[in-house]
Design a protein around this ligand. Structure first.
Ligand code: MG
Length: 376
């Protein structure tokens, strides 16, 4: 099942204030569009964005790498149609059409739309209207509107791809949104639960509210890792990605980098995603002698797939020998390089166990690590 995201960002809307259209304005360090694309790409196999031809230079200033970039038409309908036609070569089963100016769409809303497409040709999130509705003229109320059965529509609006492509192709009158296009073509569209955070940035107040929601939604996770490897014959050990000369080696299925294993397990722990042994089983011969950066890179990528990034790492190595101090800087740099982090967000420290226990007797090395993950 292939699901495409089609993100429509060709509008010229400047009601949000500022010199740039709303989808290109900054929101917590990235463009509004960038947040929208990231939120959707976590759930979709292909990402297409539709931009205004004048915004090509703006796109080049972002780190956005959609699979397809299309230039939009004069109307939203024309932009959606151009995006759908560009997606045709990928032949997705489903397409989720999303406003580029809805950067905070929650994962559960996207998932609800995807789930509803198993049983309906179309599905879209909405919230029931709870305020009383009036009609008015000038500064006077002229009547009260029954709100029963009225909904506030949101995006992503999801459809069976072939059906919505045909519906757009056969239409030549403007529509309020893609749900109207679908319904006019005879497709049933299910209502799924929308979310109050899934706002469309239109006015300067919306922008401020989006910043507030982002601050309150900050996801912080903590994980710990612990690992031990015993000494065997050899002339060096690998510790936190650095080869350290020693009169023994560490024994293990992989390169036995006990520090990097603890850091990796701490990330898996913060994600609630098991441990190294689960992702890279020792029973699998392909990991024999493996360099441990493979495990650490996998854990960091898995965090990214969950919308999280490593904020900081604190790793402690416990041994009498080898001496860690001379290598601490190199170890921080090696971990920083693998994890794509500044070295000042990484701590590698060492302690002895005062000659007590297996580390004190020089039988092996233990390591502890703590990491924090935060919203990416
Ligand atoms: Mg290990």
């Amino acid at each position: 099942m292939t699901t495409a995201a089609l993100i429509v960002a060709a509008g010229r809307g400047r009601r949000a204030g500022g010199d740039l259209p709303k989808q290109w304005q900054d929101l917590a360090g990235k463009t509004v569009l960038h947040h929208s694309v990231e939120a959707m790409s976590r759930h979709c196999d292909i990402v297409a964005i539709v931009i205004h031809p004048d915004d090509q230079d703006l796109l080049a200033t972002t780190e956005l790498t959609p699979d397809i970039i299309v230039h939009g038409g004069a109307t939203r309908d024309a932009s959606v149609r151009a995006g759908l036609e560009a997606l045709q070569t990928h032949a997705p089963q489903h397409v989720l059409i999303h406003d580029g100016a809805r950067p905070l769409v929650p994962a559960e809303v996207v998932q609800a739309v995807k789930d509803a497409l198993q049983t309906h040709k179309g599905a879209a999130p909405a919230l029931p209207v709870t305020d009383a509705l009036w009609t008015g003229k000038g500064d006077l109320v002229t009547g009260v509107q029954d709100r029963d059965g009225l909904y506030r529509a949101q995006t992503p609006q999801g459809f069976h791809f072939d059906a919505i492509l045909a519906a757009h192709a056969n239409r030549d009158t403007p529509a309020a949104d893609d749900v109207q296009v679908a319904r006019d073509a005879g497709l049933d569209v299910a209502i799924v639960q929308g979310h109050e955070d899934n706002i469309k940035i239109t006015s300067p107040g919306d922008h401020a509210r989006a910043e507030q929601i982002m601050r309150s939604a900050m996801d912080i996770r903590l994980g710990n890792g612990f690992d031990v490897h015993k000494f065997g014959p050899g002339d060096h050990v690998w510790l936190c990605g650095v080869k350290v000369a020693h009169n023994h080696a560490l024994v293990g299925h992989s390169d036995a980098d006990v520090g990097m294993h603890a850091v990796t397990d701490a990330i898996y722990g913060a994600l609630g995603q098991g441990d190294i042994g689960q992702h890279f089983p020792p029973s699998d011969p392909q990991w024999k002698g493996a360099e441990s950066h493979i495990f650490l890179r996998h854990a960091v990528a898995l965090a990214g797939a969950h919308g999280l990034k490593v904020s900081n790492v604190d790793c402690t190595l416990i041994c009498e020998f080898p001496k860690i101090g001379p290598h601490q800087g190199a170890m921080k740099d090696a971990l920083a390089d693998i994890m794509g982090l500044p070295a000042d967000r990484i701590s590698v420290k060492a302690t002895t166990s005062e000659t007590l226990g297996f580390t004190g007797r020089g039988e092996g090395i233990a390591s502890l690590a703590t990491v924090t993950l935060v919203s990416a």
